[in-house]
Structure formats: structure tokens, C-alpha cells
Design a binder for this molecule. Structure first.
Ligand code: ASP
Length: 500
């Protein structure tokens, strides 16, 4: 028996796809966004009155909700995202999917925001638009983009896999929306997704890449309605450290979060006075500062290796390979959620919510170990018991795990470095043996000039011994050398693939 096809709801928001010359007799006059009725007059392929009357009709029901008035996308704002999210939330079960007709300029922001606002989305939400409108140009990309987006949104009709995600379809490619960047102001392939493969393609046939789409969630759809726009993006440039700019920006009263676009893998100028501006903001004023890369491809992973420990120390968060647009929208959504504490926001910012980054970070603070000291006098080892490791991931997939000791100081009585061994999950009366499966590594450390973060790479042992939901403890043992190691708090940080 043929299943009923619920059709697609179009959210018409404007943009070039819905623009026409202000003067109908002069195609060169400035373009203006038209209303849905005018748009539909020029788009009989989706007109409900034309079903069965035209060979080129889409062949299923297309209803419309329109932004009032429809806008050039440079004027689309968070309240418009909230209106769109609300419409999708309310109509989620009544359609096969949703298409958002949108201007190209801020499409990636809308796509990113919606991906975080609509948690447990089970239907396709496909944004598309045009560089040239079909409403008055015979050479255009608008009509094909829209027709194909409608087909991706109506999996049943197109006989393809349901893509339960907020996507951008443009110029032949179906891309995850929160991974996209606009790379071309004119070209018909305007978007690319530098750090995640395409979800599908449209040539003569439509193809969905099953491996790359998110699974259909089992929990009910949740709407995160509120957005807090007290966020700002900052592009670093050589010389900014002496400009006084960052201090002024972070000094703005209402700022709650900043996306810092660092150099390469997230590097920033290391001048202590410059770093302390960020430190003051994160540690004293709870401003969330997330670090993403200025590079189009690749990302940052603060504290995955010891080299970037300095930025961890000043409280920066890792944005991995988040796009700057996605980072801003994610922070707006997290800040808008009144149920989240400052700590929750820090945690979630570094974990993938809607497939927006390739890695997630799970941090487990160790308990009961404030002001620890081990030395060749006594005690030689210290056990840091922990609460259960948070997160949900497959341990074997782990990229990397580190044990971090904060404000750590190494003091050696002579020139020989201290040899420090780490063990996971040993009891206080166990004998520490390097050939036991609990041994996580042996590390040499020299005198430190001042207290700093010390991290130990414990990946191999962690893959075997750390399990989400289960308790994890670490023992730090001074195996050799004369001197001492002291630290304040400690934590285990686990970097996992976001789809683990
Ligand atoms: N300024 C237009 C917009 O974003 C450009 C476009 O749609 O291509 O609404």
C-alpha cells in the first residue's frame, strides 16, 4: 500500500532567490525581495493549483510559511531564527521535511543556529537560495536549487534516505549546514564544507551518503528557543597584542562570550600582558572564550599536547574545527539556555552537539587531591580518586587522553630529571608495577621555573581502562630522582571523535 506523502513545508525568508528588479521594466534596477504570492506566480512548478496540470510540477504538496516581511539575509536576526525553529518544531510531524528559502549571505549562520536549536531533529531541514533568481532570469541557479532541495526534503518521494539534519543544498551538493562556509560571492557552487564530507549529491540522480549523515534520533524533538546575543568574534592579527583592542572589547559590560580566531592550530601571541587579558576575562568574569582557527581547513585542540597548555591555563576553550559562524551561533544558543550553568556551557561548548565538529572533549576532574605533593622523602605517590567519567564514547576510538596537573611545580635537587610514573585504577594498597595493565606511562620532568600545567599522555592505557560512566582514578608516582612534584587540582581529558 502506498504511504501517504505529507509533502514539504517551505519557510520563505527572502534573499536573491526571492528578489526581482524594483522596476519591472528595467532588469538592471536594484533587486528587491518579493512576497510569497509573487514568488509563487513565477514558480508554477510548486504551485498547489498546478498539481497534475504540468509535467514539470514537483508532484507533491508544498505549503508555505513566510517571514513577514521576507528579508535580504543581511537583515535576518536571531529572532527570525527563533521564528523559523518554532515553525519547524510545531510542524515537525506534519511534513516529510522542510525547505528554507534564504539569502546566501547569512545562510550558514541560520543553518548553524537551527542545528543547535532543534535537538533530536528527525526530518530534513534544507536551506537553499540563489546567486541568480529564476523569477526574472533565464540563466539562473534558483529554480534548480529549490527543486532539488525540495526533493532532498521529501525523501519518500525521491526514494532516498531521510537526512535528519539541518543542511545546505547548493550547486549540486548537500552539505551539513553547521559545517559550511560561503566561499564565493557569485559562483553557483557558493558553499563548501572544509572539514566534513558532503552528505549527498545531485546530478542526474540524487544520492545521499548514508555513512556521513547523523542517525535518526530516538528521543523527542526539543526546541531551544532562547538565544543570547552577547557574543563577539575576534580575528587576531600580528600587532593586536599591543593595540589595546582586546582589552577594550572584553571590557564591554555585556559581553559573555568571544570566538577568537587564532593563527594556524589556534596559536595566539604569547606576550604575558596579552594573555593575562584573556585570563582576567575567563577566570574572574566567567566570559567564555573559544579558540578556532583562521585556517579554512583543520582546527585547534588546546591541551591535546603540552604545547598549547598555556592557553588552557588562561581558561580558553577548544573549538576544534568549528567554523567561526557555527561557534558564534553555538555560544548564542548555549548562553540562551537558562538551565545551563557556566560549567555546563564550558563543557558543552567543547562537545559536538549537532555534528558541528570532528572531535569532542570530555574532562573528568579528580577529587580530593588539592595541594598534592610527592617527593623522594615521602610520600612517593599520590592516588587521585575520581567520580565516573562523563560522556558517551567508544574508548577504543579515543584520539588522545591526558592527565593534567594544574599549578604543577617540579623541583629537582640535582641535574637529573624526575621520573614520574602514572597508573590508572590502582588501589592504594596495590604494588605499583610497570608491567601491570594499569601502568599508563613513565615521564621525565625537569625543574619548572614557575607553577604551570603539566600533562602526561596516557592514551594507550586510557583506551583500555577509561570507560564512560565508570570511575577512573590516577596514581602519580615518583619512580626515580631526587626532588618533588606538587600540584593543585588534576583532571583527565579525553579527546574522542564526535561520532564515537
Ligand atoms: N544579499 C542577498 C542575501 O543574502 C544575497 C543572496 O541571497 O545571494 O539575501
Amino acid at each position: 500500500m502506498k504511504q501517504e506523502n505529507k509533502g514539504v513545508l517551505v519557510l520563505y525568508t527572502g534573499g536573491t532567490i526571492g528578489s526581482m528588479p524594483a522596476d519591472p521594466n528595467d532588469p538592471e534596477s536594484p533587486q528587491r525581495v518579493v512576497d510569497w504570492a509573487t514568488f509563487l506566480k513565477h514558480t508554477p512548478q510548486i504551485d498547489p493549483d498546478q498539481v497534475g496540470k504540468r509535467a514539470d510540477h514537483i508532484g507533491f504538496r508544498v505549503d508555505c510559511w513566510s517571514l513577514e516581511p521576507p528579508l535580504d539575509s543581511c537583515n535576518v536576526a536571531p529572532e527570525d531564527w527563533a521564528a523559523m525553529a518554532e515553525v519547524i518544531y510545531k510542524n515537525h510531524d506534519d511534513y516529510e521535511g522542510f525547505v528554507i528559502l534564504h539569502g546566501t549571505d547569512t545562510m550558514v549562520y541560520t543553518a548553524s543556529a537551527l542545528s543547535f536549536m532543534l535537538e533530536n531533529l528527525k526530518k530534513p531541514v534544507i536551506l537553499t537560495g540563489a546567486q541568480r533568481s529564476h523569477t526574472f532570469m533565464s540563466r539562473n541557479d534558483g529554480l534548480q536549487n529549490m527543486m532539488t532541495a525540495l526533493m532532498f526534503a521529501n525523501a519518500k518521494s525521491a526514494n532516498i534516505e531521510v537526512v535528519p539534519e539541518v543542511c545546505i543544498y547548493f550547486g549540486g551538493k548537500l552539505l551539513r549546514g553547521n559545517r559550511c562556509r560561503k566561499m564565493d560571492a557569485e559562483g553557483f557552487t557558493a558553499y563548501f564544507s572544509p572539514n566534513y564530507p558532503a552528505l549527498g549529491e545531485a546530478g542526474g540522480v540524487l544520492r545521499v551518503d548514508r555513512e556521513h549523515i547523523l542517525p535518526v534520533p530516538t528521543q523527542a524533538l526539543q526546541l531551544r528557543r532562547r538565544l543570547d546575543r552577547s557574543v563577539i568574534g575576534l580575528d587576531l592579527f600580528p600587532g593586536i597584542q599591543d593595540s589595546g583592542l582586546v582589552e577594550s572589547i572584553l571590557g564591554i559590560k555585556d559581553i559573555k562570550a568571544m570566538v577568537v580566531r587564532g593563527f594556524g592550530t589556534g596559536n595566539i601571541p604569547t606576550k604575558p600582558e596579552f594573555l593575562s587579558i584573556f585570563e582576567e576575562a575567563t577566570l574572574n568574569r566567567n566570559i567564555h572564550i573559544i579558540n578556532v582557527s583562521q585556517c579554512l581547513k583543520g582546527g585547534v585542540a588546546l591541551g591535546m599536547y603540552e604545547t598549547s597548555a598555556q592557553l588552557l591555563e588562561i581558561g580558553m576553550l577548544t573549538g576544534f574545527d568549528l567554523t567561526p559562524e557555527s561557534a558564534l551561533c553555538k555560544l548564542m544558543v548555549l548562553l540562551g539556555d537558562e538551565d545551563l550553568s557556566t560549567r555546563d556551557i564550558r563543557e558543552r561548548a567543547q562537545q559536538s552537539i549537532a555534528g558541528e565538529m570532528s572531535k569532542s572533549l570530555h574532562v573528568q576532574a579528580m577529587r580530593l587531591d588539592a595541594d598534592c605533593l610527592i617527593s623522594n622523602e615521602a610520600p612517593r605517590w599520590r592516588l587521585s580518586p575520581a567520580s565516573p567519567m562523563g560522556g558517551a564514547f567508544r574508548p577504543a576510538d579515543m584520539f588522545n587522553a591526558v592527565l593534567r596537573l594544574y599549578e604543577a611545580e617540579v623541583k629537582t635537587d640535582d641535574d637529573t630529571p624526575l621520573e614520574i610514573e602514572i597508573y590508572l585504577n590502582v588501589a592504594s594498597d596495590d604494588v605499583l608495577k610497570k608491567d601491570s595493565p594499569n601502568f599508563a606511562g613513565s615521564f621525565k620532568r625537569r625543574n619548572s621555573d614557575e607553577p604551570f600545567i603539566v600533562s602526561f599522555d596516557i592514551t594507550s592505557a586510557a583506551r583500555m581502562l577509561i570507560k564512560p560512566g565508570e570511575r577512573i582514578s590516577a596514581t602519580v608516582h615518583l619512580a626515580n630522582g631526587n626532588g618533588s612534584l606538587s600540584w593543585s587540582k588534576s583532571e583527565i581529558a579525553v579527546f574522542v571523535p564526535s561520532n564515537s
